[in-house]
Ligand binder design. Structure first.
Ligand code: PLP
Length: 409
């Protein structure tokens, strides 16, 4: 018999389970609002035209398929960090940013977790006695807790979302960060918070920056949706750049899944802002030591696409325009969904649909109502009431509003 015969069956991933149920449903009107991937206005996966063009050029160039270095493509990583920190950032220009190509945003978070576990010292600079504490917003992307736990970190939470206002519980957020042990690691969603769609205002970011500094917390930014809040890559990097300008030495996980539509290509970057070139080189060396026994070297196909797009001003212009188009389509679906619900005479307040940002709407729909949407209307979303706005189209928004209205009456 197999020595693994006693392995217990683990639970299904809640988000992936939604798609499994959706696929099995024969209703032609069914809607999948579970997946965190952009869909076009007829509900299909969308490949950006500059990405297609870059792919065509790459095939034509008949590149080799040798290994990338352990740290990945230097050209890609340089372009990635410029997108995040800005063209003119002093630390970037002077080689004070440690960085590594990662297996997308998930891999960047995981590399960050291991780096923190292995090297984050106690606040006096000496060795730690305990696992580092990583504080996640409540709620956060469902994978964060597992990523940091599996990296050997302790995981805690800080207050973030207030279900009563369907907005940020800013006072709670500040007080829980103030009450946390000094020198904790604080994970911040740079923009388009998943799952709530609720981001701090610029003034609130400024206050958070001050609180983290006062408490000597380590900021760890997860930027998986740069561009999806405002449609503008520069505007959406404001939180990260504010912290950098305030003197924080941030850790930053970047994903190119959403804003380049490269989901399955696994394109990401981890960077650490440091005080000197020497420090950056030391961290670079350790990042390679972490990556090598996990996967040796990162995949090459996706980064070639990003490099091609960002090396050609015309392709870059198209990419920024189409990125904006994706964000704007989602914003217009928010307006339509809210409008239809109001037209149907819903007694509820749906302002949060248009106030929230990015790919998700934290609708406030209860677990029971989610079950009714699924069973009576073939509308699929995660139990927490998160609607992936990317799954809403001008054809299905009316049906969706009607279904939501019926289950929330
Ligand atoms: N971080 C957040 C907040 C996310 O929502 C996601 C994807 O849904 C990721 C990171 C990582 O995604 P990927 O590994 O595809 O880049």
């Amino acid at each position: 018999t197999s020595r693994f015969a006693g392995v217990p069956k683990g639970p299904e991933d809640a988000i992936l389970g939604v798609t499994v149920a959706f696929n099995a449903d024969p209703n032609p009107n069914k809607i999948n609002l579970g997946v965190g991937a952009y869909r076009d206005d007829v509900g299909l996966p969308f490949v950006l035209s500059p990405v297609r063009e870059a792919e065509r050029r790459i095939v034509h160039a008949q590149h080799h398929m040798e290994y990338l270095p352990v740290a990945g493509s230097r050209t890609f990583v340089d372009k990635a960090i410029r997108l995040a920190y800005g063209e003119h950032n002093h630390h970037v220009k002077t080689g004070q940013v440690a960085s590594i190509q990662t297996l997308s945003g998930t891999g960047a978070c995981r590399m960050a977790g291991v780096l923190i576990q292995r090297f984050l010292p106690a606040l006096d600079g000496g060795p730690r006695d305990e696992s580092p504490l990583v504080l996640l917003p409540n709620p956060s992307w469902a994978n964060h807790a597992a990523i940091f736990r599996d990296s050997g970190c302790a995981v805690g939470q800080y207050k973030y979302y207030d279900p009563a206002t369907k907005n940020l519980d800013f006072e709670g957020c500040v007080s829980s960060l103030e009450d946390a042990p000094d020198g904790s690691v604080v994970l911040l969603h740079a923009c388009a918070h998943n799952p709530t769609g609720v981001d701090p205002t610029p003034e609130q970011w400024a206050k958070l920056s001050a609180v983290l500094k006062e408490k000597r917390h380590q900021p760890l930014f997860d930027m998986a949706y740069q561009g999806f809040t405002s449609g503008d890559m520069e505007v959406d990097a404001a939180s990260v750049r504010r912290f950098v300008d305030d003197g924080h030495r941030i850790v930053l996980a970047q994903s190119f899944s959403k804003n380049f539509g490269l989901y399955g290509q696994r394109v990401g970057c981890l960077s650490v802002l440091t005080d000197s070139q020497e420090e950056a080189l030391a961290i670079d060396s350790q990042l390679k030591i972490i990556a090598r026994p996990m996967y040796s070297n990162p995949p090459i196909a996706g980064v070639r696409i990003v490099e091609e797009v960002l090396s050609d001003p015309e392709l870059e212009r198209q990419w920024r325009a189409e990125m904006k188009g994706m964000a704007e389509r989602i914003i217009s679906m928010r307006t339509m969904l809210k409008g239809y619900l109001e037209e149907l005479g819903s007694a509820q307040n749906w302002d949060h649909i248009t106030n929230q940002n990015g790919m998700f709407c934290f609708s406030g729909i209860s677990k029971e109502q989610v079950a009714k949407l699924r069973d009576e209307h073939s509308v699929y979303l995660t139990e927490n009431g998160r609607i992936s706005m990317a799954g809403v189209t001008s054809q299905n928004v009316g049906y969706l509003a009607d279904a939501v209205h019926k289950v929330t009456k």
